[in-house]
Design a binder for this molecule. Structure first.
Ligand SMILES: O=C(O)CCC(=O)C(=O)O
Ligand SMILES: [Fe+2]
Length: 268
């Protein structure tokens, strides 16, 4: 673990090999493909402004935490969450404040998908301070020179600016690995997928975690299914932020944190 902590501190990212079996990765791809087909969603019909919302070269499945409990083996994986907790609890009161899930997505680069704009997931440059957001990228396929590996700009988590559109930086580094390996990166590190130069798809899972007071991309507590909730561990329930939903008003509660899960679905 300590080597990964050092890597993330110094370079902004680390690669944990062999976290998931190939059979699990293949199952995740098949299940996601089916769910994407069934949902029949047109992402390019939406009112989003950013170039990152251009999904013409991709297939995506958002919010996997409310699709199938199967995906929790990725979301709440001990190796990933152990590492993430180090960075998202450090500096908080007694280094013990919670962190939570802010986004999940299965992402498939279609054959010949163009390269993704370098960006940061933290919405704020890092400048070397305490990380606010951490990202895990689970490789469901091997990432190689040709099929759209994740590229990062080394040390960019120490910067205070944003990557310029379409610019290639000198210290870009491409992360290669095998299906089942996991990249964990500081959300302030500039990153983006490379061009897929092959006629194969390239699948991965992005999992975003943040300090508990950072707003998630979707309303994760309210969109959870009860059948999924009932299978989740206490750690998983906390991870989904069920105890940090703000009260409606001061008459309901005076603090953002609550004793019970927001959903009130706990078994009695
Ligand atoms: O797929 C990748 O390599 C990175 C994806 C990513 O950073 C994103 O979609 O925000
Ligand atoms: Fe990203």
């Amino acid at each position: 673990m300590s080597i990964h902590i050092k890597n993330i501190q110094k370079k902004g990212f680390t690669l944990i090999p062999k976290v998931f079996k190939k059979t699990v990765c293949d199952y995740a791809k098949n299940l996601s493909n089916r769910l994407i087909r069934e949902s029949n969603i047109d992402f390019n019909n939406h009112d989003s402004q950013s170039c990152l919302a251009d999904k013409t070269g991709e297939k995506v499945l958002n919010n996997i935490q409310n699709k199938d409990y199967f995906f929790f083996q990725f979301i709440s994986n001990k190796k990933i969450c152990g590492l993430v907790s180090h960075f998202l609890q450090k500096g908080s009161y007694k280094n013990k404040e919670p962190f939570h899930l802010i986004n999940t997505q299965v992402r498939c680069l279609n054959p010949y998908a163009k390269k993704q704009q370098l960006h940061l997931d933290s919405n704020l440059p890092g400048k070397g301070g305490f990380p606010l957001v951490m990202l895990a990228i689970v490789m469901l396929d091997d990432f190689n020179q040709n099929n759209g590996a994740t590229r990062v700009v080394l040390d960019s988590h120490f910067r205070d600016d944003y990557a310029l559109p379409n610019k290639t930086y000198d210290n870009e580094f491409k992360i290669y690995g095998k299906a089942g390996d996991v990249i964990v990166l500081n959300g302030a590190l500039w990153h983006g997928s490379e061009k897929n130069k092959t006629d194969n798809e390239r699948w991965s899972i992005n999992i975003g975690y943040a300090r508990w007071f950072i707003k998630p991309s979707f309303d994760i507590p309210r969109s959870l299914k009860k059948e999924t909730y009932l299978r989740m561990s206490l750690f998983e329930r906390e991870l989904l932020g069920l105890k940090t939903v703000p009260p409606i008003n001061e008459f309901q509660r005076l603090t953002r944190k609550s004793k019970n899960d927001f959903l009130n679905w706990e078994e009695v």
